[in-house]
Design a protein around this ligand. Structure first.
Ligand SMILES: CC(C)(COP(=O)(O)OP(=O)(O)OC[C@H]1O[C@@H](n2cnc3c(N)ncnc32)[C@H](O)[C@@H]1OP(=O)(O)O)[C@@H](O)C(=O)NCCC(=O)NCCS
Length: 202
């Protein structure tokens, strides 16, 4: 059970987007994103078609207990949210004893903003914060479906590679869920854009 939203005071500025602390005042913006079947098709592994406002608030509050939660703004307009969250999956934690392992859930809820580079920039900004400020050892993006090439590609752009995969089903169809991983020891900031980034699927 969550204890309200735990917030912070960090703002990260990029070229086209800003990550600023998510607060309770953002709930009315986020609730419609969590009710949009098209957004949830990509962001949820299970067959979730809609979250009620109270479910959305519970999810955000729960994540915030162990995460820095940010709103993604483009041109001053909130378009999505992203978090740097302590790893909570026992299997992945068990593989890295004594290491600081985190995960990075991301949702651009404004669908008109998909495919314009905002997600990649948000992931890049938060990855830099994770490795340079927080000294995180290992970052994961967990359970990205093979039906979600935008997400796979956005994380790949920042240097994430496939660390594991599991067969799964998604809305009745067979799929593969990928766990992508990036270690601080192998991270290079700002890989040059447009220089033939490899697909994470090898
Ligand atoms: C996943 C998400 C954060 C990506 O952010 P985005 O701003 O849409 O993505 P970007 O524009 O930064 O990057 C998308 C990449 O995928 C590519 N891409 C875009 N549409 C694509 C498509 N239909 N098929 C294949 N690749 C596609 C783009 O060309 C780009 O790659 P490139 O930089 O090598 O050219 C965003 O789309 C989103 O929130 N989607 C809904 C929720 C979700 O999927 N969350 C993640 C769950 S793991």
């Amino acid at each position: 059970m969550a204890n309200g939203l735990r917030t912070h005071t960090i703002t990260l500025r990029g070229l086209r987007i800003t990550l600023r602390p998510l607060t309770g005042a953002d709930y009315p913006l986020i609730v419609p994103w969590y009710q949009d079947p098209e957004v949830l098709f990509f962001s949820e592994g299970a067959e979730v078609h809609s979250y009620s406002p109270s479910e959305t608030i519970s999810i955000l509050e729960e994540i915030s207990q162990t995460a820095h939660c940010f709103m993604i703004e483009a041109g001053g307009r909130p378009i999505g949210e992203i978090a740097l969250q302590r790893m909570n999956l026992p299997l992945l934690l068990a593989r890295h004893p004594g290491r600081d392992v985190r995960r990075m859930p991301v949702t651009i809820g404004e669908k008109g903003c998909w495919g314009k580079g905002f997600g990649t920039e948000a992931i890049r900004l938060l990855t830099r914060f994770a490795f340079t400020d927080e000294k995180v050892d290992i970052l994961y993006a967990v359970g990205i479906g093979s039906y979600n090439p935008r997400s796979l590609r956005a994380f790949a752009r920042v240097g994430f590679l496939v660390d594991g995969s599991q067969p799964s089903t998604h809305h009745g169809a067979a799929t593969i869920d990928y766990d992508l991983r990036l270690d601080r020891s192998s991270w290079t900031d700002l890989p040059p854009p447009g220089t033939g980034v490899q697909s994470p699927l090898r």
